[in-house]
Design a binder for this molecule. Sequence first.
Ligand SMILES: Nc1ncnc2c1ncn2[C@@H]1O[C@H](COP(=O)(O)OP(=O)(O)O)[C@@H](O)[C@H]1O
Ligand SMILES: [Mg+2]
Length: 297
Amino acid sequence: MKVGILTRNEESWCSAQLRDSLTDHDVLPFCFDFPSLAARVGFKPEVSADRTDLLRDLEAVIVRPIGRGSLEEIIFRMDLLHRLERLGMYILNPPAAVERSVDKYYALALLEEAGLPVPRTIVTESAGGALEAFHELGCDVVLKPIFGSRGIGSTRVSDHDVAERIFRAVDFNHQVLYLQEFVPHGNHDVRIFTLGSRALASMWRVADSWKTNVSLGARPAPYEPPANIKRLAIEAAETVGCEVAGVDILETNKGPLIVELNSQPGWKGLQTVTEVNIADEIVHYVLDRTRGRRNER
Ligand SMILES: Nc1ncnc2c1ncn2[C@@H]1O[C@H](COP(=O)(O)OP(=O)(O)O)[C@@H](O)[C@H]1O
Ligand SMILES: [Mg+2]
């Protein structure tokens, strides 16, 4: 039995954990990346990586970060995952969920429509519109790349002149302006890792500044959230269709706000403050889901 890990770097910590866990469960891990894939139409195999026919040889595919790429590459990658899923492959996360959550506007809008609390956010293509938004949001905003992660490129802007200068530059580059009210959070937030309909593990991320990404140096601290916060994270993941998710929640004096939902969350930091073996849990989950599926293909 073989399970695929779609990863840019098979030596990365999370991919290595998944590989080891699969091996411990007598499953052969098969690591591959997008550039190694060939997709065929009109003849078979429909999708192959080197000599591996994905649909014939793999029971499931676990998707690690789909990575950066041109718009064309990203759309092709998503189309390819959708095709694999249509042809019966079990993919974690489902491609539709990945698509919804990599787009911060799409995901946040879905969360709001589901009645979940999110920060006030304005998205626009024009510098003029963004400047109005800056004032509407109280002249203290976080400007984020609409497709971004790990805190990279997010900037807090609270000065009108700086705002105007930055918004014009972003507009000039034909990038979308995603502006969110700055939510004071005491330099820490909550990360909840959900799997299926469970809050599998949680932590506080404690930083020296307002960005609490572990990749930027925030320190994981053990945290057992109250039931309502866990429920919020599970509902957020379900709303977007993520079977696995990393949900970022800011605790404010007006209650919790969901700031982001990651469909390809890492867990290196989280693993240091939880007893649960996250890679094993993911592998159990995938093996449970794939049992008996092959006969249906
Ligand atoms: N509106 C906000 N107000 C205050 N801090 C924020 C806000 N949005 C994000 N942050 C901080 O910046 C970090 C990164 O933002 P996030 O939306 O999670 O994007 P990503 O992690 O994909 O770069 C968050 O974990 C949080 O610490
Ligand atoms: Mg985040």
